[in-house]
Design a protein around this ligand. Structure first.
Ligand SMILES: [Zn+2]
Length: 199
């Protein structure tokens, strides 16, 4: 996406517990792909969590979660087809103004509050409390959460729209990534089938 670069002055805070690994109860410590340690100042990485929410019971399950260093994220993105990347970029450009969104969030009295940034689907505007499945994306540096154009939340409804934009090749790259890192028995694999690793 062709967005103006952001130079952070103090728009970061220690990682909120909501972004800790559910599996370990602690911040993610290494890149899922190259295993590089992440919890050092100056190490930039992305974090993704896919969540299923059960409104009646008010409980949530994390379907998958990982952190990935910027190098590996860049490499994965390079493997996707040009057409898919262009389609996804155009979709975002048409559906959300990330610059205006960030300005509005930063103008709030309490701007560095994760909940404000992920309270509604970035694409559809559906409240998180009404989403039974969604994904959270965040950009971090060591022990800190950075407030860039991320963090944001994308509902499964928007994910379904994005699925339609990607080529068979890109689908395969992403499926291979999921298989490699979240190898699951076949009966559970369908759970992941409509998930997209969106870099
Ligand atoms: Zn890595």
């Amino acid at each position: 996406m062709d967005l103006p670069p952001i130079y952070l002055a103090n728009e970061f805070e220690p990682l909120p517990e909501e972004l800790y690994s559910v599996e370990s109860g602690k911040p993610f410590h290494s890149c899922i792909t190259c295993h590089q340690p992440l919890l050092q100042d100056g190490v930039n990485y992305l974090l993704e969590k896919a969540v299923r929410y059960y409104p009646e019971a008010k409980v949530q399950d994390v379907i998958f979660e990982y952190a990935m260093c910027m190098n590996c994220a860049q490499q994965l993105r390079e493997e996707l087809s040009q057409e898919s990347k262009a389609n996804i970029d155009a979709f975002f450009a048409e559906r959300v103004n990330l610059v205006a969104r960030r300005e509005a969030l930063m103008a709030l009295p309490d701007p560095l509050r994760l909940e404000n940034w992920i309270s509604h689907c970035l694409i559809t505007g559906i409240p998180r409390t009404e989403c039974t499945e969604y994904q959270i994306y965040a950009q971090c540096d060591g022990h800190d959460l950075l407030y860039t154009y991320m963090p944001y939340m994308i509902s499964s409804q928007a994910m379904e729209e994005i699925q339609e934009l990607i080529s068979a090749h890109t689908r395969q790259v992403l499926d291979d990534f999921m298989d490699q890192h979240f190898g699951l028995p076949p009966e559970l694999r369908s759970l992941l089938q409509d998930k997209l690793v969106l870099i």
